[in-house]
Design a protein around this ligand. Sequence first.
Ligand code: NI
Length: 138
Amino acid sequence: MSELIRFGISIEQSLLTKFDDLIQSRSYENRSEAIRDLIRKELVGEQWQQPNAAAVGTITIIYDHHVRELTEVLTSIQHDHETAIIASTHVHLDHHNCLEVIIVKGKTSDIRTLADQLISLKGVKHGQLSMTSSGDIG
Ligand code: NI
């Protein structure tokens, strides 16, 4: 970790009160850590706007495995992106529904393309790309 710098922030009392309520509800011990996380979140978001930036993330999908050929299509798409996929986990939630978490690493544009292809399939009920960073944001 690099050297810590202290700096002052001017902020309206009402906004600060709301911020304090929010960070307390999220179990932050102090404002500094909450503000650092907000800054990192913005930096990760900015990184994901660059199509060639290196990033890591997870794609979570819920789908009905009874939908015709869906399982085969999901597998085929993942094989087409094998260099971006580090690992995946499959859980049989109930008689119909499967949960799959796919851990991805690579160029943001490739990861987005993969996520879009999986999430848009008929039978995929919900999907979410969770974007993070490989750790070079401080
Ligand atoms: Ni299953």
